[in-house]
Write a protein that binds this ligand. Structure first.
Ligand code: HCA
Ligand code: CU
Length: 388
C-alpha cells in the first residue's frame, strides 16, 4: 500500500529555486543537497541544466556527490533539453509537458496529438540512450486538462515504458476528491510509479498529497517550507507531520526528524523569510498550549492535545501560563519547575491573582514567577497578617 511505501521527491533545488526570494549559489545548493540527503529524502530534484551554464555545472557536481538520495533533474519534454539532462549524469530525468488548453494555447502552442508524439519521441530516445536511467513523464496543469487527453498521453507513454508518471496540480486547483479520482484512474491503467506534485494556492497541497497516496501514488513532491512558484507546493515539514500522524514508527525510521528544524531555518535564512508562527512542527507556537483546561490535560498526558511528539523532532512543548485563561494545574507545574513549595490552596489563590492581574494588563512569565516567589517566601502571607 502506498501510504506505507511512499517516497519523497524533494524539490527545494528545483521548484524551490522558482520561489521569488531564492537565488542559491553553488555552495548553497551543496549545503541544501547534503542536508536533505542526511535527513533521508529518497530523491532530490534539481533545476533544469538547460536553465543556465551554472545550473548545468551544479547538476553535474551534485549528481557526482555520492549522496544517499537519488539525484534527478527536471526538464521540458524536448529532445534538446533531454540531451543536456543526460550529460549531467543524474540518476533520473523528470520530463514535463503542459496538457491543459491554457498551456497548449498560451505556452507551447501544441495540439494534443503533437504533445503525444513529442512525449513518445523524447522518451523513446532517452530509453535508447540510457536503458537504466529512471524516467518520469508528467503532465503540467493536469487538473485543468481533459481526462481523456491525459489518459491518451499516459497510455502512449506507457507503451514506450517509463518508471513513473507525474500528475501536477500546477495551479493549486485540485481538491482531495479530484486527486483521488485521477490518481486511482491512472493507478488502474498503469503499473509504473505515480508521482504527485501539488501547489498550495488554495491550501490543499498536503491533503492532496496524502490523498494521492491513498489512491495509489508512490512518490510525493515537496520543498522545504513549501517554497516555489507563487505560494509554493506541499512543504516537507507539513507533509512529514501528516505522514507521522498516519504512521509514526515508519516516519521515524525513514527520516532523521531532529534535522527538520535546521532544514527549515537554513532555507528561511537563505531566501530571506521567517518561519511562520503556525508552521507545521517548527513554527514557534506549534507545541504551545494556553488554556488552563488544555494545560491540565497536557501535564497529565501530552497526547490528549498533541498528535506530534515534540521530542521526536528534538523540540520541546511550552505551556503558556501568564494570562486570564490560565489554570492552577499549570501554575502548580511552574512552581515545581522553580523548585517552590506551595500548597494547593495557595496555588489556587495565586491563580486567581494572575487572572485578576491579566484583566488589567498584558502579563509575561516574569510576573507569574515573581508572584510565585513572593508567596513561597511567605511575603504575601506576612503582608496579609500586617494588613489585619
Ligand atoms: C514547472 C511546472 C511544475 C512541474 C511539475 C512536474 C508544475 O515546471 O514549473 O514536473 O510534475 O507545477 O506543473 O512545477
Ligand atoms: Cu510546480
Amino acid at each position: 500500500m502506498s501510504l506505507e511505501q511512499f517516497h519523497i521527491i524533494e524539490s527545494t533545488l528545483r521548484e524551490g529555486e522558482q520561489f521569488v526570494g531564492a537565488n542559491f549559489t553553488t555552495d548553497d545548493k551543496l549545503k541544501i543537497a547534503d542536508a536533505l540527503s542526511e535527513f533521508g529524502v529518497e530523491y532530490i530534484e534539481l533545476t533544469s541544466p538547460a536553465a543556465s551554464p551554472q545550473s548545468f555545472e551544479d547538476c553535474k557536481t551534485i549528481a557526482r556527490r555520492g549522496l544517499k538520495s537519488k539525484v534527478l533533474t527536471h526538464v521540458r519534454c524536448h529532445i534538446d533539453d533531454a540531451k543536456i539532462a543526460l550529460d549531467t549524469g543524474a540518476q533520473g530525468i523528470d520530463l514535463v509537458i503542459g496538457t491543459s488548453s491554457y498551456l497548449r494555447q498560451f505556452s507551447h502552442g501544441m495540439a494534443m496529438s503533437q504533445v503525444i508524439d513529442r512525449a513518445v519521441e523524447v522518451l523513446a530516445w532517452l530509453r535508447a540512450q540510457a536503458p537504466n536511467l529512471e524516467l518520469r513523464f508528467s503532465t503540467e496543469d493536469s487538473f485543468r486538462s481533459e481526462e481523456s487527453d491525459l489518459f491518451r498521453v499516459y497510455l502512449a507513454v506507457d507503451q514506450v515504458g517509463v518508471d513513473r508518471f507525474g500528475i501536477a496540480d500546477t495551479v493549486g486547483i485540485a481538491t482531495p476528491t479530484r486527486v483521488y479520482q485521477l490518481v486511482s484512474g491512472l493507478r488502474r491503467l498503469v503499473k509504473a510509479g505515480i508521482e504527485f506534485h501539488g501547489h498550495n494556492d488554495s491550501g490543499c497541497a498536503i491533503a492532496n498529497a496524502f490523498t494521492a497516496l491513498e489512491a495509489g501514488a508512490t512518490h510525493i513532491d515537496t520543498s522545504i517550507l513549501g517554497i516555489g512558484e507563487r505560494n509554493g507546493i506541499a512543504p516537507l515539514g507539513g507533509f512529514i507531520a501528516r505522514m507521522y500522524a498516519h504512521n509514526r514508527d515508519l516516519v521515524k525510521k525513514k527520516y532523521k526528524l531532529r534535522k527538520l528544524r535546521k532544514l527549515d531555518e537554513m532555507i528561511a535564512n537563505l531566501v530571506g523569510i521567517g518561519i511562520p508562527f503556525n508552521n507545521y512542527i517548527t513554527g514557534v507556537t506549534a507545541f504551545t498550549h494556553k488554556a488552563g483546561i488544555h494545560a491540565k490535560a497536557i501535564l497529565n498526558q501530552p497526547e490528549t492535545y498533541e498528535i506530534l511528539n515534540p521530542k521526536d523532532f528534538g523540540l520541546t512543548r511550552y505551556i503558556s501560563i501568564a494570562h486570564k485563561l490560565t489554570g492552577w494545574n499549570a501554575i502548580k507545574d511552574r512552581a515545581e519547575q522553580l523548585g517552590l513549595t506551595l500548597s494547593d490552596e495557595q496555588l489556587k489563590e495565586i491563580t486567581a491573582h494572575v487572572k485578576a492581574m491579566a484583566d488589567q494588563k498584558q502579563l509575561d512569565i516574569n510576573d507569574v514567577d515573581e508572584l510565585l516567589h513572593r508567596w513561597a517566601d511567605g511575603m504575601e502571607a506576612a503582608g496579609d497578617q500586617a494588613a489585619k
